[in-house]
Design a binder for this molecule. Structure first.
Ligand code: HEM
Length: 323
């Protein structure tokens, strides 16, 4: 066998897309979400429970010097924001051990916008769309209507990329407030600079600190407290997050959001997201498609990020038409 053939075989063997896994389609995810969480007409098929907020983002002087995107110009960019619970159940209890979401749409000059949709876990739950779809399908209830925990555990064992987010969620309590979690962009993006592009990852770090529910709070938490708590916090002072950008180095992974970058990469504070009001329904009709990006920012080569646009579009279309 030629050396090059060996290399190809080794690459296939180590790829999370196995021979038995056909390419995932966006519609498969919508079907899986509805199978898992039930059909909730007019609701988002993922992150069904959430609350709208409004605020703005202002880039830092350092980001304005480094990056060319108008998002980081240093001017105040108005934002529509939505905090959410992962999953397609609009009535999921707020103390559930699952990711929280922060999505925002920033208004830029010339009627342009830039979207983000982030999670409160430092890694995603799978390396590829196929592995994520398999995870969702392994979580579906069996013929008796109950989840099959042995099947799910076997899937996780066979797909090690599904372990890191799961372990993180087991090891960290759910947040005390939407305002007291860090939110991760997870994918790799390329930010243009005057000297060329930089591969970056980023997170929104809460100014008020990270705070999880204590065991006692976890045991006694009502089903709904996150939206009201955020409202109370914003009523006493604007809630703020620092946009922390991590600068990648050549060779850093850009296709797999289930794997973090090495922890020694340099970081900079690229600006501040400020939440000034909570409630209303301004975010309800928005699709926070994370591939809608401003000039000077482009997506990295990540199949999961690419899969999100068509999946969000199907969910958006369904909920607009009351399905
Ligand atoms: C293949 C992977 C994924 C699929 C199929 C998927 C699917 C979905 C769908 C269908 C929605 C509802 C969209 C709508 O109706 O507007 C949604 C919402 C959301 N997703 Fe994902 N998602 C994926 C990965 C991710 C990742 C990697 C992140 C974070 C980095 C993320 C964060 C969010 C957030 C924050 C929302 C709520 C947005 C809002 O408030 O409108 N998702 N997802």
């Amino acid at each position: 066998m030629r050396i090059s053939t060996l290399f190809v075989l080794a690459a296939i063997a180590s790829s999370p897309l196995r021979a038995e896994e056909p390419p995932a389609q966006a519609k498969d995810f919508i079907d899986a979400f509805q199978g898992l969480f039930g059909e909730h007409k007019g609701a988002r098929k993922g992150h069904a429970k959430g609350v709208c907020a409004v605020g703005s983002f202002t880039g830092s002087a350092e980001a304005a010097r480094l990056f060319t995107s108008p998002l980081f110009s240093g001017e105040r960019r108005p934002a529509q924001i939505r905090f959410s619970m992962a999953g397609g159940n609009p009535a999921v209890p707020d103390a559930t051990r699952s990711p929280r979401g922060l999505a925002a749409q920033f208004s830029l000059p010339d009627d342009r916008v830039h979207n983000i949709a982030t999670l409160s876990t430092p890694v995603f739950g799978a390396a590829t769309p196929e592995s994520f779809l398999g995870l969702l399908r392994a979580s579906l209830p069996g013929p008796d209507g109950k989840p099959d925990s042995a099947k799910l555990a076997a899937y996780r064992t066979a797909h090690p990329d599904t372990q890191a987010q799961f372990q993180w969620l087991q090891g960290n309590p759910p947040p005390w407030s939407y305002a007291n979690a860090a939110y991760f962009g997870l994918h790799t993006f390329h930010f243009a600079t005057a000297a060329g592009e930089r591969a970056v990852r980023w997170r929104l770090q809460p100014r008020d600190g990270i705070r999880g529910l204590t065991d006692a709070e976890l045991a006694s938490a009502p089903a709904d407290f996150l939206a009201a708590r955020l409202s109370q916090q914003v009523a006493s002072a604007p809630v703020q997050f620092d946009w922390i950008v991590t600068l990648g180095q050549p060779g850093d992974n850009e296709s797999d959001p289930s794997r973090p970058w090495p922890s020694d990469r340099p970081e900079l504070n690229a600006g501040t997201l400020t939440i000034t009001a909570v409630g209303g329904d301004a975010c309800t009709g928005l699709n926070f498609d994370p591939n809608v990006l401003s000039e000077g920012i482009r997506a990295g080569d990540d199949p999961i990020l690419r899969m999100r646009s068509p999946a969000y579009a199907i969910s958006f279309g369904k909920r607009l038409s009351g399905q």
